[in-house]
Design a protein around this ligand. Sequence first.
Ligand SMILES: [Zn+2]
Length: 274
Amino acid sequence: MTDVHLTDTHCHIHEILGPAKGEYPVAARWHKADITDPDSVLRAAREVGVNRVVCVGCTVEDSALAVEFVQEREGAWASIGIHPHEADRYVRDQAALDRFAALALHPKVVAVGECGLDYYYTHSTPEAQTEILHFQMQLALKHNLPMVFHVRDAFADFWPIFDQYQGIRGVIHSFTATRADLDEVMKRGLYVGLNGIMTFSKDLEQLAAAKAVPLERMVLETDAPFLTPAPIRGTICQPKHVVMTAEFLAHLRGESLTELAKTTSVNATKLFGI
Ligand SMILES: [Zn+2]
């Protein structure tokens, strides 16, 4: 047992129960690591003090699965999103978008995302990514939900879209950008989500930005099953590993683990209302 309590504000553990084949086969990654029981993953997290998780959807079906998954599980909430990688297949599918929008009414849905722009991979066209981002921003405003943003190599296009709306709250998830980008995030009152990338990053600019995030604007996440922290790279990432990122950041920033854990959890409560 531990008296440090942490919140994993971004994970994909519901996908353990998702399809291992087809258009969005993330379950295969969990199954390959012999993980087929999400409740054992939640228990393992609780044992090390990670007692709250936000399960993040990336497609319409995956978001529906996240909502269903958190319904009966204590300490788990859902964020519904269409990832920029998946945008192409939804631009002309109004029925799917309607199904997606209806999910926002569920009481355990605490955010919209992950959504945003990804120009690093461009699995979907920038036009489709932009259209699907607008759709989700309007949905978030309509339901007064915060947003989980995924922005990679695309801040120059992202801010003009963001600035068209007033009253959007949220977090830039998996923040790995520079001090200058951080200033833009802070100017807009958004939170910064840091994860395992920091523990193995060799990019000094990235680390300097992580050090500069005001503690009252920081939340922690794993992005499990992805981005396993050092020194256990090569194994599958789980919410329990948020402890390793917290320890690394406390050391990097010269803060106590207790203070960092407490403040980031309070931030998660404020951001998501959980
Ligand atoms: Zn994610």
